[in-house]
Design a protein around this ligand. Structure first.
Ligand SMILES: Cc1cc2nc3c(=O)[nH]c(=O)nc-3n(C[C@H](O)[C@H](O)[C@H](O)COP(=O)(O)O)c2cc1C
Length: 182
């Protein structure tokens, strides 16, 4: 409660960060910190494979909530509030294609499939190699998801340039995409 108004302060908007099994996921703490600085409360949902790609204990400590990856048991309370927005970073080839196809066999995919129906903004930073991105299914998935209003940042291939340097993964871009008016 605030001293002046006697009313409870408004709750912060709740951001789901969906983390997939790409190498860059080891730095996802940067996204959590940036989101919190921008006023989001954050809950992390990792794919089952993605869970092994970052320090879940450290990230959980930063968000103040356990990392979710498995479905809750029937009758168990929902551990997170409903999302106000969803960020998918990094997004793998596998998850992008399954999401576009409407497959919901993990909590992360179920959350993504449902987010469209909830009408909340969704933004994605794909981390997909040039070779995988050439697959026609990937292009079709992007078209379908874009058609659903999902916002995409530039694809990060993770591959070194001619000088052997890897581009920076611009974590904050996903927050900018969520903030943008459409
Ligand atoms: C070290 C390592 C790094 C990987 N990096 C990527 C990546 O950047 N992008 C990608 O699409 N897949 C990558 N993969 C493959 C995915 O982990 C694999 O397709 C996995 O099934 C994806 O699961 P998810 O989409 O449920 O997270 C990587 C695998 C390993 C072992």
């Amino acid at each position: 409660m605030t001293e002046h108004t006697g009313r409870a302060p408004a709750a912060k908007p709740f951001l789901y960060v969906v983390v997939c099994a790409a190498g860059i996921a080891q730095d996802v703490g940067r996204l959590i910190a940036a989101a919190q600085e921008r006023g989001w409360e954050v809950g992390v949902i990792a794919t089952p494979q993605g869970l092994g790609f970052f320090d879940a204990e450290a990230v959980g400590a930063r968000t103040g909530r356990p990392i979710r990856s498995a479905w809750r048991a029937p009758g168990e309370a929902r551990p997170f509030p409903a999302p106000d927005a969803v960020a998918v970073a990094p997004a793998t080839f596998n998850t992008v294609n399954k999401w576009a196809a409407g497959i919901s066999d993990t909590l992360a995919l179920g959350t993504l499939c449902e987010a469209y129906g909830l009408g909340v903004p969704i933004a994605v930073l794909p981390c997909v190699s040039d070779a995988l991105a050439a697959h026609p299914a990937y292009r079709a998935s992007l078209d379908r998801l874009r058609g659903m209003g999902v916002r995409f940042g530039d694809r990060y291939s993770g591959e070194p340039d001619a000088d052997g340097r890897r581009a920076e993964f611009r974590w904050e871009r996903v927050l900018d995409l969520l903030a943008a008016r459409t």
